[in-house]
Design a protein around this ligand. Structure first.
Ligand SMILES: NC(=O)c1ccc[n+]([C@@H]2O[C@H](COP(=O)([O-])OP(=O)(O)OC[C@H]3O[C@@H](n4cnc5c(N)ncnc54)[C@H](O)[C@@H]3O)[C@@H](O)[C@H]2O)c1
Ligand SMILES: O=C(O)C(=O)C[C@]1(C(=O)O)C=C[C@@H](O)C=C1
Length: 319
């Protein structure tokens, strides 16, 4: 079968399990070679799972860096030639761009080309695929690596980013088992743990554990900047920031993330995120009342519950 070749042809020291075939992608096309696209490319290359990687990007400078860092083998001249003989297309652009890119690539996809993505929201991506990739849905596998950083661009990519991390796949009814299986194998080769669920469930979960925390970090950062005596961004002039320590630094790390990416994520998962913001505001109100009542026992119980939950969660993490 095309695309399913033993890595024994590539790496002579590799000994495959007798009954297993290992997926090696002859040609991978990464659209958006930033933190996630570049890391996926590097991880697959390091695992010996890809032979040739073509990159499509928006910024020439970033694409040159991706080439120099070995994330891609070539920078595409145009979409048509980039997609020729492509076996896998990986979309790793801000989610708001997904529909437009799907519309641009759909005419050039061979029937066998698998398309997958890394978008942080899934219902919106699935809706875009239904609008623009209708003839191709059996080979479309929506995905989301729950791993990342506050840094962006090809220069931030690293081959180990997905090691031990969750990747959620939200295949459509139309998605073929073969396509899902292939994408699963590739993420596993990057060291990730794969889960499958509906796009709706994915978006509810991520609204709570990823999208809300980012909104809170952006809000906290802005609040402290504005609350400083002269509202200055400059840490030397702002009398609050000047004294901020590691607690503030840890709590606001993710406020260093890409504003464009987070604009798209928040708008793309607006309903679930609004629900989470409302629920969180209730939690804050409860805490505020305890504080205003001077109810130290209640506050301590509430803090202890949070600390215990966090300790249990940390223990449950791999490695
Ligand atoms: N950063 C994270 O922690 C993280 C984690 C998991 C998933 N994601 C998702 O992965 C995707 C990529 O995020 P990232 O962190 O790699 O962002 P990034 O900014 O590092 O990379 C995105 C790249 O896409 C390029 N790009 C933008 N619009 C384009 C277009 N129309 N055509 C071609 N290239 C275009 C940009 O120039 C940039 O190089 C997003 O959908 C994001 O939601 C991000
Ligand atoms: O570690 C970080 O900086 C991240 O924000 C990574 C993070 C997250 O955990 O919220 C951000 C967005 C993604 O869609 C997945 C992962």
């Amino acid at each position: 079968m095309r695309g399913l070749i033993s890595t024994a042809h590539i790496n002579p020291s590799y000994k495959p399990m007798p009954t297993m075939t290992t997926t090696v992608i002859h040609k991978l096309v990464v659209i958006g070679v930033g933190l996630i696209g570049g890391s996926f490319a590097l991880a697959l290359r390091e695992a010996g799972r890809v032979q040739h990687i073509t990159g499509i990007g928006r910024s020439r400078e970033n694409m040159r860096r991706a080439l120099a860092l070995g994330e891609i083998d070539e920078i595409a001249d145009n979409i048509e030639s980039a997609l020729k003989d492509a076996e896998l297309v990986f979309l790793a652009v801000p989610v708001g761009q997904t529909g437009e890119i799907m519309a641009q690539i759909s005419a050039y996809l061979a029937p066998s080309t698998i398309v997958t993505d890394a978008g942080s929201t899934k219902q919106e991506v699935v809706a875009a695929a239904r609008s623009h990739l209708a003839p191709h849905l059996k080979n479309f596998v929506p995905g989301h690596p729950v791993a990342g950083a506050e840094r962006s661009g090809a220069g931030a990519a690293n081959a180990d980013l997905f090691r031990g991390k969750n990747v959620v796949l939200t295949p459509l009814e139309e998605t073929s088992r073969e396509a899902t299986q292939k994408v699963t194998e590739l993420w596993e080769a990057c060291g990730a743990r794969i889960s499958r669920m509906s796009a709706n469930r994915h978006d509810e979960i991520l609204a709570a554990v990823s999208h809300l925390p980012h909104v809170l970090a952006f809000a906290l950062m802005n609040h402290v900047v504005s609350a400083g005596a002269d509202g200055s961004n400059d840490a030397h002039d702002n009398d609050l920031l000047r004294f901020a320590g590691s607690g503030f630094r840890d709590s606001t790390r993710i406020a260093g993330s890409s504003p464009e990416m987070w604009r798209d994520i928040c708008l793309g998962n607006r309903k679930a995120l609004l629900n989470q913001i409302d629920a969180y505001q209730k939690e804050l109100t409860v805490m505020r009342e305890m504080l205003s009542d001077g109810d130290g026992d209640a506050l301590e119980r509430l803090f202890a519950r949070a600390r215990n939950a966090r300790e249990h969660w940390l223990k449950s993490l791999p490695g």
